[in-house]
Each structure stands twice: as C-alpha cells, then as structure tokens.
Design a protein around this ligand. Structure first.
Ligand SMILES: [Mg+2]
Length: 363
C-alpha cells in the first residue's frame, strides 16, 4: 500500500470547549481512506499540523506504507533522537490513520490486526474537566459528578487541588464522594504539584475518601520524586500523560514510581508504541489507563482498539462534555454508552468522519 494524499484539519473549538482538535485524513493508492488524530495541546495545533504535513510527505515516499514501516523509516528518521510530545502526537495521527486503512482493506477491526483480542469492552471514566466550568463551586462540581453517574459512568475524575488551601481540596473530595456514593470510582488528579512533601500530605488527607488513584502527584519527568511519593502513600500512583518514548516509561517502572501508566493514546507515538509500553508495564505488574484529552471520535476509537489487546488495560479517559461538539464531525460505529466502549466488527477503527463538516477546517 502506498499513500496518495495526506490532509490535515484543525477544528478550533476554543469558543465552546477547553481544547481544539487536529485530525488527519490519509488516502491510500486504492482509494481507501483512514483517519487519524493528534493529541493537540492548546495553542500548538498549527505546529502539530505542520509536523503531520512533514511526516506525511515522507510517508508518501514509502513503497509499503504500513504502520510498522512508517514507524521504522519515517518517525525515527524525522525525530533524529530529539523526541518531543508534539512530534510524537503528529506521528500518532498518521500511524493511527494507517491502521484504519489496513483494517478497512482487510475487512477487520483494528484490534484484530494489533494482536490477540482479550477484551472488547473498555470501561471509561468521565473527566469532569474543571476548565469546562471554570471557577465552579464544589457543590456544582459534586452535582455534575452525580449527574454523570446517572448516565452510567462508574468512575469520575476530578482535580481537587483547584480548591485551596488543602482543607478546601479535602472538602471538595468529601462532597464529591458524598454525591457519587461509595460504589463509583473516584479518580484524583493532582496535576503535578511542585512540592513532593505536600503531595504526600494531600494524598494522606484524601485517603479516607477511598480514591481509586492519585494522578501526577508531581511532574512526570521527576521520576525519583514520584517514586518517593509513591513509597509514602497508600494510593495507586498514575503518571505518563506528558511523556513519550519507551525509555521514559521503562525508567518509571524500574524506579517503582508508578502503579499505573497513562500515556496519551494519540500523543505517545501511535498504537505500536502504546502496546510496547503496555507490554513493558505488564512485565512490572503495572496497569495502563490511556490518557485521552482528545475528541470523542478518532482518538477514543483508537483507545478502545488498543485496550482490546492489552491484558493490563485498566480504564480509559473520556470527556462527556466534548461529545455534542465532536459529534458534528464524526461518529463512532461501535457502541459507546453508559461509560463503556465496546469495539465491534466494523473494519478499521469504526469511526465515520463527516468530510463535509470538516471541509472548512482543512489547513
Ligand atoms: Mg492528568
């Protein structure tokens, strides 16, 4: 298979949501179209789109544009050992689109091409994005969390450190726990605290409310500090959303810095990279819970397929608030409802993008 064209789209959602989206559309020589998405950190969308164009131009020179060849002969050459999350995000978009093409060409869902399918059902947690409702009161947050559990979500993630001082953060956790009941998993994201000792203090204060995990107690690159925090608290530690590269995740695992890794599904470099990280994590007894601060279309589909072949996939991230907006550009062709995604038999990723709706967003 060779690539005939690579198109990029920047869907600016800043007026509606807390982030925007970057997609790519790849057309193969037989006319098959595949879709990819890049993890686009706000204000970097156009830069990431440029990376996609550069990587795409090189990918078009491949005589066999398989995801493996793209990874070995384009991605590695392009980054020249200078890894950055934006470049790996752009590479993810292309790699995911190539998987979508391969699936459509072979008549199989992507998960069946990735390996042995172990679980088609992925439980999702609802990210209660604080920026969606910036400055919201604790009671408003608690109400939103309770409402989302009514839709079937069995896990919610909040950012208690938005409320200061620590007593207020603890009160936030208390109110949300009271609102969602004891059976809903409560995920806490500390969003990289600058002080490891304070992170330990906070984790201990939150512990009585039975959090499911404590995410990024300190910045992900501070592996020693992360390990130190983990050794002093009794909550599972999650890290990885801001990093790419197998060597980083190996160091995290070797130093015992985390219980759960959360590389971004379309930021880490592609599905092959995600699966390598998952295999590595498995050998250390660690779980993987993909980060997915992306649209509810291509990236979520990619996450569901990857997790279907990962025995240590724990849970996936989802932004219910993004669903109405993203639904204008694409829909999933498999079941995602009630906080669960179940990949079916649709060839490829099982996502149908609306080319007419996207036409005005091509860059
Ligand atoms: Mg996070």
């Amino acid at each position: 298979m060779t690539i005939q064209s690579v198109r990029t789209y920047y869907v600016d959602a800043r007026k509606t949501l807390t982030k925007s989206f970057v997609f790519c559309r790849i057309q193969a020589d037989d006319g098959t179209v595949g879709w990819g998405e890049a993890y686009a950190i706000p204000r970097r969308e156009r830069g990431i789109a440029e990376f996609i164009k550069g990587l795409g131009a090189m990918a078009m020179t491949l005589t066999d544009a398989s995801p493996q060849n793209f990874r070995a002969n384009v991605q590695g050459w392009y980054d020249e050992g200078h890894l950055s999350i934006d470049l790996s995000s752009a590479a993810s978009a292309i790699e995911v689109a190539l998987w979508d093409i391969l699936g459509k060409q072979s008549g199989k869902p992507v998960c069946e091409l990735l390996g042995d399918v172990v679980n088609r059902l992925l439980t999702l947690y609802a990210n209660m994005d604080p920026m969606t409702d910036h400055g919201q009161s604790m009671d408003r947050l608690a109400q939103r969390c309770a409402a989302i559990t009514q839709l079937g979500f069995e896990a919610v993630k909040i950012y208690p450190m938005e409320y200061q001082p620590l007593e207020q953060a603890v009160e936030c956790v208390r109110r949300v726990r009271a609102a969602i009941g004891d059976d809903t998993r409560l995920l806490l994201d500390a969003w990289a605290l600058p002080d490891a000792a304070f992170a330990v203090e906070a984790a201990r204060a939150f512990k009585p409310f039975n959090p499911f995990w404590f995410e990024e107690p300190v910045a992900g690159e501070r592996i020693d500090a992360m390990a130190e925090v983990r050794s002093q608290i009794a909550l599972p530690v999650v890290t990885g959303e801001r990093q790419a590269g197998l060597h980083h995740f190996r160091a995290v695992l070797e130093k015992g810095a985390a219980d759960i890794l959360n590389p971004d599904i379309v930021g880490v470099g592609g599905l092959l990279e995600m699966l390598e990280i998952a295999r590595l994590a498995e050998s250390y007894g660690a779980k993987v819970a993909p980060h997915c601060w992306n649209s509810t279309t291509v990236a979520v589909a990619a996450m569901a397929h990857a997790c279907a072949v990962m025995p240590n996939a724990l849970i996936g991230e989802y932004f219910p608030d993004y669903e109405p907006f993203c639904g204008r550009f694409g829909i999933l062709e498999f079941d995602l409802s009630g906080g669960k995604a179940t990949v079916g038999e649709t060839p490829g990723l099982g996502v149908r993008m609306d080319e007419d709706a996207l036409a005005g967003h091509e860059i």
